[in-house]
Design a protein around this ligand. Structure first.
Ligand code: GTP
Ligand code: MG
Length: 403
């Protein structure tokens, strides 16, 4: 069902909006991310369109004038898909498709498509398929029927490719079947997690592409797929790690993203249970990314959605090797200092300093500050361990005494 063949880079156009809440700078950052998502899905962004507006047009999302501009560009430039940064209603999607006569994809559809492409195990595939069918259900009527389905490419992988599945009833049956399948899997996974015994469980969490898998590989000598694309990891890997003489379980799982589709949060329940049931979270942040503060906020948002916001957490600021900042010449009296000018030392004095959590600055790639990483994680895990098993207290000395 989920198609895995790779297609040649497909020419795409991005569309974003500028609103009161989303100024030009934010809008550009969001489109940068959408471009990265498009590239991950197998697309090449040829042009971006943005429009200033307060409320979206109920029929076509963007205004008529802007739509004509897009239409002309699409006609003249052999564009395969037009990708919107915001969620479109099924009606809007249909209307726009009629006007532009090419594939219309919204952010949710694009993320689902990447997940479909990336799902390796049957377990991950079941979760993605369920999410895709749920997304598809309200969008069934006439969607893409006049387009050549065989063409494939972005937004065409997974369900919805064959005529027969354009029937709502069949899709509903499929959803309930997948739900049943997921229930069985959920049970099996819960048993598996239960079998892991009394070891303290630590979960790597964070925005996608921040270096979770790279860190996992470095500290557990494992071989998790890591790549400079989004959502390299969909399945959870669990490894036993020993620091000093203290063993614990470390898990690496799916990355988060701004506006993670709700269908995915629901169907990735079992994968996210790994986070829910963890004793300690290592929240990995890519400090070299210009929007890293937004990323932290998105991750915290999702953590509270899955009721895991109150867990003990260590903030791990990764990629310090790639961190850069702008500078102001000493004779420049005009430029105001903004966050873009902050050095690492400046950052350390901000909320990072006042946050209740432990804070670390590392480079997983260059293995920088890994000793400090080990020391901090050891101490936090040890604290949890001795609270849970007080009779074991003597087993684990201070990290400094380990020698
Ligand atoms: N410069 C630099 N790059 C890094 C560092 N750690 C990881 N990377 C790179 O960042 C990219 C993403 O790394 P992954 O380990 O796949 O990230 P992830 O958080 O597991 O990503 P997903 O599984 O997609 O959510 C890869 O290209 C890594 O080589 C680091 O310390 N410095
Ligand atoms: Mg990963």
């Amino acid at each position: 069902m989920i198609e895995k063949k790779t297609v040649a880079y497909e020419r795409a156009v991005l569309i974003g909006v500028i609103t009161k809440e989303q100024d030009e700078v934010k809008s550009k950052e969001y489109l940068d991310e959408l471009e990265f998502l498009t590239y991950t899905a197998g697309g090449e962004v040829v042009k971006r369109f943005t429009q200033k507006m307060e409320v979206p047009n109920p029929k076509t999302f963007i205004g008529t004038g802007k739509m004509e501009e897009v239409e002309q560009f699409v006609m003249a430039n052999d564009i395969g898909s037009v990708i919107f940064d915001d969620e479109l209603s099924p009606g809007q999607q249909r209307n726009i498709e009629r006007l532009l006569k090419c594939k219309i994809i919204d952010r949710t559809g694009l993320i689902l498509d990447i997940f479909a492409q990336r799902a390796q195990t049957s377990y991950a595939r079941t979760q993605v398929e369920l999410a895709q069918y749920q997304y598809l259900l309200p969008r069934l009527t006439g969607l893409w029927t006049h387009l050549e389905r065989q063409r494939g490419g972005i937004g065409m992988r997974g369900p919805g490719e064959t005529e027969i599945e354009t029937d709502r009833r069949i899709v509903r049956d499929k959803i309930s079947l997948l739900r049943k399948k997921m229930k069985t899997i959920d049970k099996q996974m819960a048993v598996q997690r239960g079998n892991r015994g009394a070891l303290i469980r630590v979960a790597l969490v964070g925005y996608t592409n921040v270096g979770k898998s790279t860190l996992m590989n470095v500290i557990s000598k494992s071989d998790v797929f890591a790549e400079n694309k989004l959502f390299a990891t969909l399945d959870t890997t669990v490894r036993k790690v020993v620091i000093g003489n203290l063993p614990f379980l470390l898990s690496d799982t799916v990355g988060f993203i701004r506006k993670l589709p709700t269908q995915l949060v629901d169907s990735f329940k079992s994968t996210l249970d790994e986070v829910r049931e963890a004793d300690l979270l290592l929240h990995v942040v890519d400090i070299s990314h210009p929007s890293f503060e937004d990323h932290v906020a998105s991750v915290n948002q999702i953590l509270s959605e899955i009721k895991s916001a109150d867990k003990p957490t260590v903030m791990v600021f990764n990629k310090i090797d790639a961190f850069t900042h702008e500078t102001i010449d000493s004779d420049d009296l005009v430029t105001e200092k903004t966050k873009a000018h902050y050095t690492l030392e400046d950052w350390k004095k901000t909320w990072m300093n006042s946050s209740a959590e432990e804070v670390l600055f590392i480079s997983a790639i260059n293995k920088e500050n890994l000793d400090e990483f080990k020391r901090k994680v050891y101490n936090v895990v040890r604290e949890i361990h001795v609270t849970r098993f007080p009779y074991n207290n003597f087993l684990y000395p201070d990290y400094e005494e380990l020698g």
